[in-house]
Design a protein around this ligand. Structure first.
Ligand code: NAP
Length: 241
């Protein structure tokens, strides 16, 4: 089983760690020797990234028990229904921003002092949609674009404290968020044809890139957005010339 070096004894928080990509990150961090705190709506106790109080309560417990934090992974996220931009209600934009963007800001603010205490690392989960637009996903796409810009701001503001901040931009990955899409054979066939590597990704493959960026192996990397997308953002797959 794969592990990542340099994380033995590390203290980590993973928002959205109860499902999909976040859960895969939790498994890999734990196998690599980290002590992981899951911050998820379905966690015990539940943590809602849109509710700063629940994040502050977790931060207080970690401060009391461990004194600092080495890793923060912001994987909590939502995807709202697909609609043409003209029909998209403003509430759709607000909800996407509230969870995907402000939820990430809330977690960074709540855990920032603990990360500074350990010169820790943040990894935000954006999307390929932040780099190459997907049809009928304006609210999600705009929110994930904001996550990538936020990541660069964090990297600059926190560099003087020795805290790194990076993002990954996953492509289509089989998780509970996307399972319904892949039940549609036409969708799966079209998406697979568009992915140069020719397949939907596994959450463990995305987790590997996230945990690498969170680890001391990436000690010189900050402010990047790393596509983990089977080549989707590199361009169209081969043409039959
Ligand atoms: P997922 O299986 O639905 O996992 C998302 C997790 O976030 C769930 O456990 C969910 O809890 C939790 N969550 C949602 N809102 C929350 C909140 N307000 N506070 C705390 N936790 C909350 O989806 P996923 O595919 O693993 O997605 C993980 C991240 O990757 C998301 O940011 C997503 O946008 C991004 N992403 C996914 C793909 C893909 O193809 N799967 C591609 C690009 C980017 P509940 O289940 O209880 O609601």
């Amino acid at each position: 089983m794969m592990t990542v070096d340099g994380l033995d004894g590390a203290e980590a928080v993973v928002s959205g760690g109860g499902s999909g990509i976040g859960a895969a990150v939790v498994r890999l961090l734990e196998r690599s020797g980290a002590n992981v705190h899951v911050a998820d709506l379905s966690g015990d106790p539940p943590v809602d990234v849109t509710d700063r109080g629940t994040l502050d309560a977790l931060a207080s417990r970690i401060r009391a028990d461990h004194g600092g934090l080495d890793v923060l992974v912001n994987a909590a996220g939502i995807l709202t229904q697909n609609l043409p931009v003209d029909d998209m209600p403003a509430d759709d934009f607000r909800r996407n921003y509230e969870v995907n963007v402000i939820g990430t800001v809330n977690a960074c603010q709540a855990f920032g002092p603990l990360l500074r205490a350990r010169c820790g690392a943040v990894v935000n989960v954006a999307s390929q949609a932040a780099l190459v637009s997907l049809p009928q996903q304006a609210a999600y796409t705009a929110a994930k674009g904001a996550v990538t810009a936020l990541t660069r701001s964090l990297a600059i503001d926190w560099a003087e404290h020795g805290v790194r901040a990076n993002a990954v931009a996953p492509g289509f990955t089989l998780t509970p968020m996307t399972a319904a899409f892949f039940e549609n054979e036409d969708f799966t066939r079209a998406a697979t044809r568009r992915i140069p590597l020719g397949r939907i990704l596994d959450a463990d493959e995305v987790a590997a890139a996230i945990v690498f960026l969170a680890s001391p192996l990436a000690s010189a990397i900050t402010g990047i957005v790393l596509p983990v997308d089977g080549g989707w953002t590199a361009g169209e797959p081969a043409l039959p010339w």
